[in-house]
Design a protein around this ligand. Structure first.
Ligand SMILES: *[C@@H]1O[C@H](CO)[C@@H](O)[C@H](O)[C@H]1NC(C)=O
Ligand SMILES: *[C@@H]1O[C@H](CO)[C@@H](O)[C@H](O)[C@H]1NC(C)=O
Ligand SMILES: *[C@@H]1O[C@H](CO)[C@@H](O)[C@H](O)[C@H]1NC(C)=O
Length: 416
């Protein structure tokens, strides 16, 4: 089936959602207004609990009611929450947090940071809050969007990541010390997502700051990955960034790879870049040819195409959303419904689900509240207005409140 091109897609995506009726306990469509309030209350339960028990650490531990540093020492939850505060219309709290970050955020610290996580969470969190702030009613400084405190913090964080890209291949190391650069003896093995998940933030940063270095390094890394695909058009899971040799040769759409594909599509849309989209569409052909069975996606050996792991991972649940972004609605819906049956079976998505056995995989039964399936439902709903998608939204709120809510926040739960 031919895919729609970007321009008509843009139109498709900007259609307003269809009008929705009243709530229905009796099987009619769930009422979005009711669930909007519930979600808001859930956000404040977690957020206030973080402020009370965990700030200034990165994250809250909801069972022991204390905080700890996870990805650095950034008060990461505050950065993560910035754009959500704007979406919820809480401008005063947003402004308070921006001031707290301005006074406390320091990237000149002796911390070994994940290049990938620091980009998507810190750089991405700061940039999206920066870009949303004016529309949300925040008073912005002169020169915005090319100037502003959040943009300056994002740029400072991103500069700390640049030494990781100084490799013979241009593909980055996975870890960098924020103070000293890449540690001597650092492992050169990086996962595919850790190489191909920069273009959205780095191209945005280059266009806002006028410094091309960010977009340039992101593009080089993407080109190297593209050139490293196998003869049958697949990429593996981990590669040596010094030699360019694949170290883990499982090809699939989940852990270790996932956001690479996501960033090709979202980068293509954001930058109106046909080359990025063309790369994704080539991968998509090989993925469908070798890894798809009955609208499930398995793991295969990247050179031979033989199945290595017949497993669905909860991280893969972004895929129907991605398919709907490229206009491939029918396939998106079929795969979404497969994943939704797993949700209904367990009341959440286990980390790993063995497809032929129809059950969870030992030690991978946890559901750490990943948003991917809900995000897919959102994209698909925006494209189709199909009320089945709202049911997943309702099920997610009900499950998470029932099984995961604890006094100090929300905790991972085990599905069996
Ligand atoms: C904004 O967030 C703060 C902190 O959770 C809260 O105290 C305040 O009531 C919120 N304001 C609005 C308008 O929701
Ligand atoms: C960072 O990693 C290096 C190399 O593994 C190690 O020697 C160093 O102690 C680590 N630094 C911190 C602050 O953990
Ligand atoms: C699909 O797989 C077959 C082998 O199973 C191969 O011959 C063919 O070239 C592949 N097509 C694409 C588009 O990958």
């Amino acid at each position: 089936m031919p895919f729609r091109l970007l321009v008509p897609l843009g139109l498709l995506c900007s259609l307003p959602p269809p009008h929705l009726g009243a709530p229905g306990p009796d099987g009619s469509a769930p009422d979005p207004a009711h669930y909007r309030e519930r979600v808001k209350a859930m956000f404040y339960h977690a957020y206030d609990s973080y402020l009370e028990n965990a700030f200034p650490y990165d994250e809250l531990r909801p069972l022991t009611c204390d905080g700890h540093d996870t990805w650095g020492s950034f008060s990461l939850t505050l950065i993560d929450a910035l754009d959500t505060l704007l979406i919820l219309g809480n401008v005063s709290e947003f402004q308070r947090v921006v001031e707290v970050l301005q006074d406390n955020l320091d990237f000149d610290i002796d911390v070994n940071a994940s290049v990938f996580e620091t980009n998507i969470r810190v750089v991405g969190g700061l940039l999206s809050a920066h870009l949303l702030s004016k529309k949300a009613g925040v008073e912005v400084e002169a020169g915005w969007p090319c100037s502003g405190p959040l943009l300056r913090m994002a740029e400072e964080a991103a500069r700390k990541l640049l030494p990781a890209f100084q490799t013979p291949t241009g593909m980055p190391y996975g870890t960098v010390n924020l103070l000293h650069g890449v540690n001597p003896g650092e492992t050169p093995v990086t996962c595919t997502a850790g190489i191909g998940t920069f273009i959205v933030e780095f191209a945005t940063l280059s266009s806002l700051t006028g410094d091309p270095v960010f977009e340039d390094v992101a593009r080089v890394a993407l080109m190297r990955l593209w050139e490293s695909r196998s003869d049958i058009g697949l990429v593996g899971n981990h590669i040596d960034v010094l030699t360019g040799k694949w170290v883990a040769q499982d090809a699939g759409i989940g852990a270790g790879v996932d956001s690479y594909f996501e960033y090709l599509v979202k980068g293509a849309i954001l930058l109106q870049d046909k080359k990025l989209m063309a790369m994704f569409l080539e991968y998509n052909k090989a993925i469908r040819n070798y890894t798809r069975f009955d609208d499930w996606y398995l793991w295969v050996q990247m050179y031979k195409g033989t199945v290595s792991m017949p497993v669905f991972q909860s991280l893969e649940a972004y895929w129907p959303g991605l398919q709907s972004l490229i206009g491939d609605i029918d396939n998106a819906m079929r795969t979404f419904l497969n994943y939704y049956t797993v949700w209904k079976q367990f009341g959440g998505l286990p980390e790993f689900y063995n497809i032929p056995q129809g059950y969870t995989v030992e030690k991978r039964e946890g559901y750490p509240l990943r948003p991917e399936l809900i995000e897919s439902a959102m994209y698909l709903y925006r494209a189709t207005g199909d009320p089945t998608l709202l049911e997943l939204g309702r099920d997610a709120v009900e499950s998470i409140e029932k099984i995961s809510k604890v006094e100090c926040g929300f905790a991972t739960f085990v599905l069996t």
